[in-house]
Design a protein around this ligand. Structure first.
Ligand code: HEC
Length: 216
C-alpha cells in the first residue's frame, strides 16, 4: 500500500504508461488496493441496501420508521385523548374528520406493522381480503371492523388481536383507519369478496342492509 508514485527501480524515475496522446504521457499511478476494495464493497453493499429497503417490504422504509416514531409520540399523548369508546360515532369521526388525522396516523402505523403483510400496504388485499372496496365478508356496520380485529375470523385465518395492542385506543384507531381505506385506490386490488354493504354510518341502520349485486 503506497501513496507515492510508482518508481522504475532501475533509474528511480516515475513509471509511465506506454501510451502517448499528442506527446502527452501519463504516470502509471493506480488507486491503492485498499481504496479499490473499499469502492467495490460500497457497490456490493448498495445492492444489499436496495434489496432490504427499497423493494416494498412493509415496515422497513424510512417513511415507515418515521411513522413509527411519530406513532410513539402520539401514543405518549394518549392521555389527551382519554379512553376512546368503540362505537360507530367515534369510529366514523376518527376515520373521516381531517382534524383527527394525526390520531388516524396511529392506526395507520399499527396497520403497517401488523396487518399490511396480509392485507397489502395500501389495503388492496393479499392473503386477506381487499379492505378498500364495498364488499365485506364479516363486516356489516363500522363497529364490526373492531370485532373482526379483536376476535379474528375464519378460524384464525384472520388472527384475533384481542388485547395484543399496547393500548385499547389502538384498536379503535386501527379500526377507524381500516374504515378510512374504503373507497381508496390500491395499486394491486384483490377481487371483491363478500357482500356489498351500505356506507359507514354513525346511526343505527333502521333495517339490515340487504346485500346487493355488484355493479359492473
Ligand atoms: C395472517 C394474515 C392476516 C393478518 C396478519 C391480518 N389479517 Fe385481517 N384478514 C385475514 C384474512 C384471511 C381475512 C378473511 C377472513 C375470512 O375469510 O373471513 C381477514 C379479514 C379481515 C377483516 C374483515 C374483512 C371483511 O371482508 O370482512 C378486517 C377488517 C381485517 N382482516 C383487518 C385486519 C387488521 C386491522 C389487521 C392487523 C391488526 C389484520 N387484519 C391482520 C388475514 C390477516
Amino acid at each position: 500500500m503506497s501513496y507515492a508514485i510508482d518508481k522504475d527501480l532501475d533509474n528511480n524515475e516515475p513509471k509511465l504508461t506506454d501510451h502517448s496522446y499528442d506527446g502527452i504521457q501519463e504516470y502509471d499511478n493506480p488507486m491503492p488496493g485498499w481504496w479499490v476494495w473499499l469502492f467495490v464493497a460500497t457497490v456490493l453493499y448498495s445492492g444489499v441496501y436496495w434489496l432490504y429497503f427499497e423493494t416494498g417490504v412493509a415496515d422497513r422504509s424510512i417513511f415507515d420508521d418515521y411513522r413509527k416514531h411519530q406513532d410513539q409520540v402520539m401514543q405518549a399523548k394518549f392521555g389527551e385523548l382519554g379512553d376512546l369508546s368503540l362505537d360507530a360515532a367515534t369510529l366514523v369521526r376518527y376515520s373521516s374528520d381531517p382534524k383527527e388525522a394525526k390520531w388516524l396516523a396511529v392506526g395507520q402505523s399499527n396497520y403497517v406493522t401488523n396487518c399490511a403483510s396480509c392485507h397489502g400496504i395500501d389495503g388492496g388485499g393479499g392473503i386477506g381480503p381487499n379492505l378498500t372496496d364495498d364488499h365485506w365478508k364479516s363486516v356489516r356496520r363500522i363497529e364490526d371492523i373492531a370485532s373482526v380485529i379483536k376476535n379474528g375470523a375464519n378460524n384464525g385465518a384472520m388472527p384475533a388481536w384481542g388485547t395484543r395492542f399496547n393500548h385499547p385506543n389502538i384498536l379503535v384507531l386501527t379500526s377507524a383507519y381500516i374504515a378510512s381505506l374504503r373507497g381508496s385506490t390500491p395499486s394491486n386490488p384483490k377481487a371483491p369478496e363478500g357482500n356489498v354493504i351500505g356506507p359507514w354510518t354513525a346511526a343505527e341502520p333502521a333495517a339490515p342492509v340487504a346485500p346487493t349485486q355488484p355493479a359492473n
